[in-house]
Design a protein around this ligand. Sequence first.
Ligand code: AMP
Ligand code: GLY
Length: 420
Amino acid sequence: MRILVIGGGGREHALVWKFRQSPMVKEIYCAPGNAGIAELASCIDIGVEDINVLLEFALEKKIDLTVVGPEVPLTLGVVDKFQARGLRIFGPSQKAAEIEGSKAFSKELMEKYKIPTAKYQVFTDSKQAFQFIDEIGIPCVVKADGLAAGKGVIICFSKGEAIAAVEEILLKSKFGKAGEKVVIEEYLVGQEVSMLAFTDGKTVIPMVSAQDHKRVFDNDQGPNTGGMGAYSPAPVYTQEIHEIVLKDILEATVLAMAEEGRIFQGILYAGLMLTEAGPKVLEFNARFGDPETQAVLPRLKSDLIDIMEAVVDGELDKASVEWFNEPAVCVVIAAGGYPEEYENGKIISGLKNVPESVLVFHAGTKKEKENILTNGGRVLGVTALGIDIKEAINKAYQGAEQISFEGAQYRKDIGARALV
Ligand code: AMP
Ligand code: GLY
């Protein structure tokens, strides 16, 4: 088979790494890829938003299966475009990807189908929004409706912050079109868990649980990032909680989407808050998580291509999805300054000293002559499996310690929450 992967981050490196283990796979292309992916696949210089160029490429190379990593091409309708030309592609349609592309849509869906989530309202008018802030009280959470690369969610601990957030989004158009509507919701307290599931629109097969570490510094300090590390499984996510999540959230949502005429095929990712009143949805994503994927995929025993083909064919009920018991930990090494301003082009050294049992997934890297250079905020994800979470943590950090570049930073407490 010839595979095309769209994307160029740590998530896509993990996908390509997993595809390489499938006996069915002959060639892998990745657009645009990165220096690590280039060791396993042919990287092509096409941006993830250039969906017409991607389509031409896939037709020309007779790609058998395209797999979409990031959300933007999904919301631009890459899946619909490929399917209209008879190409097989893994991911939800544009209409189904709206579950991630519009928070207003996903909240309204959850309300209509009684899927547990924070209380909320949607506004286009700032005065009405201010009134609702009074009603719901502080703290509250203000969210831009559309995609904002993780920056569109503002947790407000004072009325002033909440008003300022609404003003930035609705009146000052900080997020452009993504901020034409604002969602204001109740602040939820608890531990966060990411549950990803394969679905063909009928059958739902959940993956193993994972926990992301969104803040840049240890002990969850500092600003939010794309994710500084992840581990799997999350011990707080018990079997009892899982049964509720599977039935009342994942299966209920797939059914709801089908009823709305938006059959969801691909990965449904539920970002959950485990509250005292039970698990509630913070958000849905329509794709694999990053860095959750770098902790979850190394635990997948089954052939991922088999599963993805079953999803595309609407036959997921016939697929087998098996996991290794060993927990996994992924430590993200980021550029100095990230998530604010940072510099690219730093030489990365020590990659060859990382023990073979440790996986290094590249995110923002590029090759120049003999050197591998930093080329993004999140640079590498170092993943290890262990007999237990403690061993996985130790191995991942032993790997990370071998790697250096000017300004490199990583959290020292990835997975620590799973130890208590
Ligand atoms: P989202 O992109 O909607 O997942 O939001 C990003 C992050 O903001 C989440 O991972 C949570 O840490 C936090 N968050 C979002 N919504 C809420 C909420 N209703 N209550 C508390 N925290 C939230
Ligand atoms: N790890 C968060 C995300 O992928 O959106």
